[in-house]
Design a protein around this ligand. Structure first.
Ligand code: B12
Ligand code: SF4
Length: 558
C-alpha cells in the first residue's frame, strides 16, 4: 500500500486540525478500492514551520503523493516549501483548496514542483485522482472533473466538478475516526452542518464557490456532535456561513447541544436580521460565542457589494441576544459573548461612513467589535471589478490581498484607520473599557469613534506596541486626551471610572473562568456597589432605544 500525505499549514494554534483534510481522508477511506491501494495520512504543521522542515517531513514520510491545503494565509509558505523539495525522487504534488481554486493554471505555472491542482470541492475529485493513480503515477487524467495538471510542458484543465448533490454521501471525519488520537487532546475543532450561502456579497468567495445551500442530515450532525463532545473537546467552531439561516434547524441543534451537556463552548456565525426571541432563548442555554457580520451601515457601499441590511431587524436581533441573559458587556475572555464584524474600505465608503458604522455598533454594546480592512480575494466578484479598475482598488498580494488604496480612502486615511483599529482592539476588545469610552465621548460631546481615533493616534505616538499597554496606560492616555481637549474635570475623573470598570471586568473574568453560585453573587454585589457608589459609567446606547443591557437586567433581578 502506498502513502498519500495530506498537509495543512495552519495559521492559528486553535485551528490546528483541518476539517478539509479530515473530509478528504474520510471520503477516500470509505471507498474499498482506494483503501486497498492508499494509506491516507494527515500532517498538521504551524504555518511558521521553516520550509526546509516541511520539505524534510515530506521526504521522511516516503509518500509518493503529497497534497497541500491552500488558503490565503498559508499559500506563500506552501510555495516556499515546494521549492525545497528535492529534484530527484520528488513525490507527485497536488495543491487543493480555496486559494488555488480561482486560478489553478496560474498556480501550476508558478510552481514547477506542483503536478496538479484540484479546484472546487475536493472529496470526489481527490478520490478519483487516487483511483487513477492506483496503477501508475503517470496515468492520464482525462475525464476527472475538477483537476488541472501538467502534461509535458503544457498544463491541461478539465471541466469543473459540480458540487456534491447529497452531503449524506460525505462521511464524517469524526465518526470515521480520521483524526485518530489527534482528536483526543484537542481544545477546538471545526464542524459544518451545511455548505454554501444564499447571499451574494461580492467581496466573499462563498457565492462563487458553493452558492446553493446543502445541509448534512440532522441525525448525522447530532451523532457527530455527540461524538465530539464525548471526546472531551472544549470548543466547537461551526463553519456554517449563517448558522440561523434555517431558524428551526438552528434551534433544534442548539437545544440538542444543551441537552448533551458537558462544558463546551460553541462558536457560530449568525445573521443579525434573522435573530429572534426563540433563538435567543435557545442559545442562552449554551456557553457560546456568536459572530455577527454587519460590515457597514452605509447603503451605497452595501448596494455596491450586493449585501443587504435592515437596521431595525439587525438591532432588534442583537438586542434579543443581549437581553437573554447570556450577554456579558464586559466579557473578559477572548471568545465569550457576541461579536459584530465591520469591514473598512468597502466601495464608496469614506472614513466618516466607517466611523458612523462603528458608532451604530458601539451603541449596541456587543462584547467585541471586529474591524478588518477589506480584502480583495481572487475568485470574488469584487476582485474581478478591482482588476478592471473599478473603485480604483490597490491591494497587497503579499498581505492576504488587503486593500491599500481606493477612490474614497487615501493612504494617509488608511494609516489612521489602522490606528483606530488598534485602539478598538486595545480599549474595547482587550480591556473592555466600553463604559469608560462611552462616558468620555459623552463628556466631550463627540462620537465614540472620535475618541477611539484620537486614542489610536496617541498610542502610535507613544511608540509602544499595543500589546504591551495596560489599564494604567489607557488611563494616562485618556486623561491626556481629555486635557488636550480642554476638559480638566474629565481628565481628573477618568482614572477612577476606568478602575471601577476594570474591577467589574476582573469579577466577570473570575465568574467566567470558574462559574459558581458564589462568584455570580460576588459579581452581582460588585456590580451594584460599583454602579451606586464607585461611579461605574452606564453602558452606551441611544437614548431612545429600549434598555437591552445584560447588566441592568441582572441588577434588576438581583
Ligand atoms: C474556518 C475559517 C477560518 C478560520 C481559520 C481556519 C483554519 N483552517 O485555519 C479563521 C476564523 C481563523 C479564519 C480567518 C480568516 N479567514 Co477564513 N474562513 C474559514 C471558513 C469559514 C472555513 C474554511 C474551512 O475549513 N472550510 C471547510 C472545508 C471542508 O472546506 P474548504 O476549506 O473549502 O475545503 C474543501 C476544498 O477547498 C478542497 N480542499 C481543501 N484543501 C485541499 C487539499 C487538497 C490536497 C485537495 C485535493 C483538496 C482540498 O476540499 C475540501 C473539501 O471539499 C472559510 C469560509 C468557508 N465556508 O469555507 C473562510 C475563508 C477560508 N477565510 C477567508 C479569509 C479571507 C480569512 C481572513 C483573511 C479574514 C480576515 N480576518 O480578514 C482570516 C485570515 C486568518 C489568518 N490567520 O491569517 C477566505 C479565504 C480566501 C482564500 N483565498 O483563502 C474564506 C473563503 C472566507 C470567504 N468567505 O471568502 N478563517
Ligand atoms: S459574507 Fe457571509 S453572507 Fe455574504 S456571501 Fe459571504 S458567507 Fe454569505
Amino acid at each position: 500500500m502506498r502513502k498519500a500525505l495530506l498537509i495543512d499549514l495552519y495559521a492559528l494554534p486553535e485551528y490546528d486540525v483541518s476539517l478539509a483534510l479530515g473530509y478528504l481522508k474520510a471520503f477516500a477511506d470509505a471507498v474499498p478500492a482506494v483503501r486497498a491501494a492508499w494509506d491516507v495520512e494527515l500532517l498538521h504543521l504551524p504555518v511558521a514551520t521553516p520550509p526546509e522542515e516541511v520539505a524534510a517531513a515530506v521526504q521522511r514520510s516516503g509518500a509518493p503523493l503529497v497534497g497541500f491545503s491552500c488558503y490565503s494565509w498559508n499559500i506563500r509558505e506552501v510555495e516556499r516549501a515546494l521549492t525545497r523539495l528535492p529534484a530527484k525522487g520528488k513525490p507527485f504534488v497536488v495543491l487543493g483548496g480555496i486559494e488555488v481554486t480561482p486560478d489553478p493554471e496560474g498556480y501550476l505555472k508558478k510552481n514547477r514542483n506542483a503536478d496538479m491542482v484540484v479546484f472546487g470541492e475536493g472529496e470526489e475529485t481527490f478520490r478519483d485522482v487516487l483511483l487513477r493513480l492506483s496503477g501508475s503515477m503517470d496515468s492520464p487524467m482525462e475525464g476527472v472533473a475538477g483537476v488541472c495538471w501538467r502534461e509535458g510542458r503544457r498544463t491541461r484543465k478539465n471541466a469543473p466538478r459540480p458540487p456534491i448533490p447529497d452531503l449524506a454521501t460525505v462521511p464524517s471525519p469524526y465518526l470515521s475516526d480520521s483524526y485518530g488520537p489527534l482528536l483526543r487532546n484537542q481544545d477546538r475543532v471545526m464542524v459544518e452542518t451545511a455548505r454554501g450561502c444564499p447571499y451574494t456579497c461580492t467581496f466573499c468567495f462563498e457565492p462563487r464557490g458553493f452558492a446553493r445551500v446543502r445541509s448534512f442530515p440532522a441525525a448525522r450532525v447530532k451523532e457527530e456532535l455527540a461524538c465530539i463532545v464525548g471526546e472531551g473537546v472544549r470548543e466547537v467552531a461551526f463553519l456554517d456561513t449563517n448558522f440561523n439561516m434555517d431558524r428551526r434547524r438552528a434551534v433544534e441543534i442548539w437545544d440538542y447541544l444543551r441537552d448533551l451537556g458537558g462544558r463546551v463552548r460553541y462558536a457560530f456565525e449568525l445573521r443579525g436580521e434573522l435573530l429572534d426571541e426563540a433563538q435567543a432563548r435557545s442559545l442562552s442555554g449554551l456557553d457560546y460565542f456568536a459572530e455577527i457580520g454587519l460590515q457597514s451601515i452605509h447603503k451605497r457601499s452595501l448596494d455596491a457589494v450586493k449585501r443587504w441590511y435592515e437596521p431595525d431587524r439587525f438591532a432588534g436581533g442583537l438586542r434579543a441576544l443581549l437581553g437573554a441573559g447570556i450577554y456579558r458587556p464586559c466579557a473578559a475572555s477572548a471568545h465569550g459573548g457576541v461579536a459584530v464584524d465591520l469591514m473598512m474600505g468597502l466601495p464608496h465608503e469614506t472614513t466618516a461612513d466607517i466611523f458612523a458604522s462603528f458608532d451604530f455598533v458601539f451603541a449596541l454594546a456587543p462584547s467585541t467589535v471586529i474591524l478588518t480592512m477589506t480584502k480583495i480575494l481572487p475568485g470574488t466578484e469584487l476582485y474581478d471589478d478591482a482588476v478592471k479598475g473599478k473603485f480604483r482598488y490597490e491591494f497587497d498580494t503579499g498581505a492576504q490581498y488587503e486593500m491599500t488604496l481606493n477612490d474614497t480612502l487615501s493612504r494617509k486615511e488608511i494609516v489612521d484607520l489602522k490606528r483606530f483599529q488598534d485602539a478598538v482592539e486595545f480599549a474595547y476588545n482587550r480591556l473592555h473599557a466600553v463604559r469608560t469610552m462611552a462616558w468620555v465621548a459623552g463628556g466631550l460631546k463627540v462620537p465614540p469613534s472620535e475618541v477611539f481615533l484620537d486614542l489610536g493616534r496617541r498610542m502610535a505616538e507613544a511608540g509602544r506596541p499595543a500589546a504591551s499597554l495596560g489599564v494604567d496606560d489607557l488611563s494616562a492616555l485618556l486623561a491626556a486626551l481629555c486635557r488636550a481637549r480642554g476638559d480638566e474635570r474629565l481628565a481628573a475623573a477618568v482614572g477612577g471610572r476606568l478602575s471601577a470598570e476594570n474591577l467589574l471586568v476582573v469579577l466577570q473574568k473570575n465568574r467566567e473562568a470558574r462559574p459558581s453560585w458564589w462568584r455570580n453573587l460576588l459579581f452581582r454585589a460588585g456590580f451594584q456597589f460599583l454602579s451606586r457608589f464607585a461611579g461605574l459609567p452606564p453602558l452606551p446606547g441611544p437614548a431612545a432605544a429600549p434598555a437591552p443591557r445584560g447588566e441592568e437586567a441582572l441588577a434588576a433581578s438581583a
